[in-house]
Every structure is written in C-alpha cells, then in structure tokens.
Design a protein around this ligand. Structure first.
Ligand SMILES: [Zn+2]
Length: 246
C-alpha cells in the first residue's frame, strides 16, 4: 500500500485519549471521509480534566475543565463533519488499558459497526529526542486495538454484551497514527484548512501557538516523500480479507 486514494469507509470510529488528540493527528482524514458521506463517530476516552497548569486552580476545577473541553471537542467534531462524539469520562492522566475500558470500546464497536477504527500506535513510547508519548495515548490505543481484535468479533468474549443484543462485529481495517513505519499516506490537501479550523476550537489548549503555521508544516513534512503538499500517515492493518470485504 502506498498513497491512499481509493479506500473510503462507509463507517469509521476514531478512538482517542483526550479532547484535541483527533484534531492534532487524523482530522484531515476524518474530514475527507465525512465529506464523501462516511459516518464518523468519535470516542474520547478522557475529558481532558488534567489539561491545565494554571497555578490558581486545584482539584475543584477539574469538572469545570472537563465540561469546557467536551464543548471544545464537540465544536471541533462539528467542523469536521463527525456524526457523533462520545465521551467515556475516564480520568485524564491516569488512564490504563483495563478490561473495563476494552469492554466499553467493544460495546461501542459492536453498536456502531465501523468498517475502520482509527487510533494511535500503542507501541510508540518515544518520538524523536524530545517527546515521551503520553501514557494515556498508549493506554487508549492499546485498549482500542484489543477491542478491535479479538473482543469485538468474538462471540464468547464479554457475553453479557451478546445477551444485551450486541452481536460480534469484524472491523475491516485498523488505522494507526503516529506509527514509526507508516504504510499509507492520505492526501489531506483538500481538508488541511478544515483540520486547522477544528483544532482552533480547542482554545484552552492552544494559547499563542501558531496553529496555521505548525500544522501546515507538519502536513507538508508528512507528505513530502510521496509528493503530496499535505498528508497524514498511518500504519494500516487490513483485518478482513479481500474475499470477505463488503
Ligand atoms: Zn493527548
């Protein structure tokens, strides 16, 4: 696989740890898919209630910050054309890839039946020489991958979901952003503006950071080796074989 020009899912689910993760990473791809009629659902595992170092605030601020960040995320999702945004409200900064989280994500995958799940790469711990991947990112991505396989598609895992009417569902493709060795580049030149507009909705996190400049630089850098002016890169796992694809 190389430059992704063809494949557009009918239904996609984005699973991310924090409000703003989606807008920083995969929003150009989601907006592109949504424009073609793909039904995109965003699942945000924490509500970002640790996302402030304001010295005048303490624990009492967390519920207020969570509400603010959910509102920012909902606004960003609307800009992208996301159909529905779901907040699981796990604690920000303290996330673990528990069975409870895997089960929550399994429930959502079975309910919404996405062709594609898009999440982070749970194996990435360090980026370059200056960024330690947030443990919440690894935890959310790890639980998402484990929900995609095996529990979403296996009848006798989490059987109370089955008893509740949620039949197994096989996700066709898993898209991982932030992978060390991507195999798929999505051309986002037509949606980079939408991505930037969505990211700007996260005003509490951006401060005076130059969103336009930095995001265009990043997209250009990602697309460069494929001759694209703007791109997002993924490691794509094709989980359902050609003959099974509907
Ligand atoms: Zn994050």
């Amino acid at each position: 696989m190389d430059i992704e020009k063809e494949y557009i899912p009918k239904r996609a689910m984005s699973i991310q740890a924090h409000p703003d993760d989606q807008e920083f990473t995969i929003a150009g791809t989601l907006a592109k898919w949504a424009r073609t009629g793909c039904e995109v659902v965003s699942v945000i595992v924490t509500s970002g209630d640790a996302g402030s170092n304001d010295p005048s605030q303490d624990a009492e601020y967390k519920p207020e910050l969570a509400r603010l960040r959910e509102a920012e995320q909902s606004a960003a999702s609307a800009v992208l054309g996301v159909r529905e945004t779901i907040f699981l409200r796990y604690p920000d900064g303290e996330l673990e890839p528990t069975l409870a989280l895997r089960k929550d994500l399994t429930r959502l995958i079975r309910r919404y039946q996405p062709d594609v799940v898009v999440t982070g790469d749970p194996t990435r711990r360090f980026y370059s020489d200056d960024y330690i991947n947030h443990p919440d990112h690894r935890a959310a991505a790890s639980a998402a991958c484990d929900a995609v396989f095996p529990s979403a598609g296996t009848r006798l895992i989490f059987t109370d979901l089955l008893a509740g009417g949620l039949e197994p569902h096989n996700v066709k493709r898993l898209y991982l952003h932030g992978a060390e060795k991507p195999n798929t580049w999505v051309d986002t030149s037509a949606t980079i503006d939408v991505k930037i507009a969505a990211l700007k909705k996260h005003a509490s996190q951006i401060g005076d950071w130059d969103v336009d400049k930095e995001m265009r630089l990043w997209a250009a850098e990602t697309g460069k080796e494929k001759g694209l002016t703007a791109a997002e890169a993924f490691k794509v796992m094709i989980l359902v074989g050609e003959e099974d694809r509907g």
